[in-house]
Design a protein around this ligand. Structure first.
Ligand code: TA6
Length: 294
């Protein structure tokens, strides 16, 4: 079966051997196995901490958590009751449909609508859909956001981000092309410094030291390279990208496995500087395509 469903997850199987596993909790992709053009054997491409909770008790430490409607601590007056990174990553989504099932791709659609408990924290009417498509050497994830309110309920203002934990040796990775792009450094000590734009001067960005950078007008396509691998992320409608690796400070993260930070780099396309705005009836789609190049 190319699409296998159980109570808490969906498994996609591509006829050429790739697989992907999505928890309904948070619509979190928790595994993507794919070979490359050189190696047929499917390898795990995402990092998930061995200490991550997969039972819906807290957001998953790894894979692709979906960040919506706020990135980091809430800053918008309508988001003040929300937790860090919003609620999409910690709600149970519904299985919608199989979108495609052939050699070009195996694809499913999950949905999240507001519930009374979400409304207590976030009153704006919305509908989310998340389409995950698996191809031979590629996974695509598209987040659809719709304002299903009336003009009287006002615009839906949100941030969104796909928090990819790319499995790679963090001390050896480089991310390109970010040279010349302005960014905000969340590791700075004061709010004033965190809010001060800097310009990336490196041809190849690394994460050998604690890194938590929010790039502003980012190019939209990124290459993540290390001595034995290259992964490409192409995006649409995500004007920002976050590069995060805590290095040794990762030891302070409760659900991080020992030295887990050595095994991944987060490269996270998002709309996180300012807010996307949808009037009643309008929709927005943010897309990413992650491809194994080598
Ligand atoms: O996207 C980077 C970031 O916002 C970092 O600041 C870091 O805290 C990380 O996400 C993880 O956040 P979490 O809430 O999952 O612990």
């Amino acid at each position: 079966m190319p699409v296998e469903r159980s109570q808490d997850r969906v498994i996609l199987r591509h006829p050429k051997g790739a697989t992907a596993e999505i928890l309904l909790y948070g619509a979190t992709v928790i595994s993507w196995k794919s070979g490359s053009k050189e190696i047929a054997e499917p390898l795990e491409r995402f990092f998930v901490s061995s200490k991550a909770a997969l039972d819906g008790t807290k957001p998953v430490r790894g894979g692709i958590p979906v960040v919506f409607p706020c990135f980091g601590a809430p800053t918008h007056p309508e988001h003040v009751r929300l937790a860090q990174h919003g609620f999409a990553r910690s709600e149970i989504w519904s299985f919608g449909s199989i979108v495609m099932d052939n050699e070009a791709g195996v694809s499913v659609r999950l949905t999240l609508e507001s519930t009374p408990s979400i409304q207590e924290k976030f009153s704006k009417p919305f509908e989310l859909a998340y389409v995950v498509t698996l191809a031979e050497h590629q996974i695509s994830t598209d987040l659809h956001v719709k304002n299903v309110g009336l003009s009287t309920t006002g615009p839906l203002e949100f941030q969104a981000l796909l928090h990819n934990y790319i499995r790679a040796p963090s001390r050896e990775v480089s991310i390109t092309p970010l040279q010349g792009v302005s960014y905000y450094d969340k590791t700075e000590a004061t709010e004033e410094l965190k809010a001060t734009a800097k310009v990336e001067n490196r041809l190849e960005v690394d994460v050998k030291r604690t890194t938590d950078f929010v790039y502003e007008n980012a190019p939209g396509s990124y290459k993540i390279s290390w001595p034995t691998g290259v992964v490409e992320i192409r995006t649409k409608n995500f004007p920002n990208v976050v590069v995060w690796n805590p290095q040794e400070t990762g030891a302070n993260i409760a659900d991080m496995e020992p030295k887990g930070w050595e095994k991944y780099v987060c490269v996270e396309p998002g709309y996180v500087r300012g807010f996307a705005k949808l009037e009643a009836g309008e929709s927005w789609v943010g897309q990413q395509v992650i491809t194994i190049i080598q």
